[in-house]
Ligand binder design. Structure first.
Ligand code: NAD
Length: 256
């Protein structure tokens, strides 16, 4: 018996086996959920299809949140295959590499809008599209954030501004959807070496700093983020919404 037996969900943002989405997908399929996986584009397809197969996911759908109609057609496919949905995991973000170096001050209007659209607005977009499939269910929505939402972190720049908007969206969506019994939460993960993380200059120094300063004196893994996601998506967290749970070896809790 798994704690997600009989539940159906979708995870957005699988790129490869180092993706946080992979850690989450592993934990939730092991817990018994039936899972649909989406990936951004054809370039990722040959990596994603075998991973989805090894996870036993019956539904694998391309979805680019910036492409008109892509989100709607994704949820239509999920409706045909699953009938409804118990949870949605939003594990995607993007900012132009150029905006992730030097002073934040220099961010262009285009880079700002693109980062905010893909990394923050998309949560609201996906949530709205998922709602009709969650009718009558105690749904759960989860997104991924980082400490750069709360504090200025060198080079995180416009992504920090986008994550601040994302965390605020979690609180507003929790207020909107709470009366229907739908919960909305975020995990603020510590740094993990993934494809997206590679775009941040000085990322390996960030990993070293966490290893030296975090209370647990190490970095976290996608498996650990996956297990915390399992808690937030399951009935174990039935009283938790509007929350940003730090899964970062305790780093955020420390001062000097
Ligand atoms: P990743 O590169 O494996 O995943 C990012 C995903 O976003 C990719 O699958 C990519 O295809 C997808 N994506 C980008 N633009 C998209 C679009 N227009 N439409 C659909 N999908 C799109 O990296 P990750 O580190 O696993 O990132 C997952 C989430 O975790 C992101 O929100 C990231 O900001 C967050 N996060 C990462 C870290 C870290 O250190 N890796 C720490 C905290 C939070």
């Amino acid at each position: 018996m798994g704690i997600l037996d009989g539940k159906k969900g979708v995870i957005f943002g699988l790129a490869n086996d180092r993706s946080i989405a992979h850690g989450i997908a592993t934990a939730i399929t092991e817990a018994g959920a039936e899972l649909a996986i989406t990936y951004q584009n054809e370039a990722l397809e040959k990596r994603v299809l075998p991973l989805a197969e090894s996870l036993g996911c019956p539904l694998v759908i391309p979805c680019d949140v910036t492409v008109e109609g892509s989100t709607e057609s994704t949820f239509e496919k999920i409706r045909s295959a699953f009938g409804g949905l118990d949870f949605v995991v939003h594990s995607l973000a993007y900012a132009n590499k150029e905006a992730l170096k030097g002073p934040y001050l220099n961010v262009s209007r285009q880079d700002f809008l693109q980062a905010l659209e893909i990394s923050a607005y998309s949560l609201t977009q996906l949530t709205r599209a998922a709602l009709p499939l969650m009718e009558g269910r105690a749904g759960s929505i989860l997104t991924l954030s980082y400490l750069g939402a709360e504090r200025a972190i060198p080079n995180y720049n416009v992504m920090g501004v986008a994550k601040a908007a994302l965390e605020a969206s979690v609180r507003y969506l929790a207020a909107d959807l709470g009366p229907q019994g739908i919960r909305v939460n975020a995990i603020s993960a510590g740094p993990i070496k993934t494809l997206s993380a590679a775009a941040i200059p000085g990322f390996s120094q960030m990993l070293d700093r966490y290893e030296n300063r975090a209370p647990l004196r190490r970095n976290v893994t996608t498996t650990e983020v996956g297990r915390s996601a399992l808690y937030l998506l399951s009935d174990l967290a039935s009283g938790v919404t509007g929350e940003v749970l730090h899964v970062d070896a305790g780093y955020h809790s420390q001062g000097l």
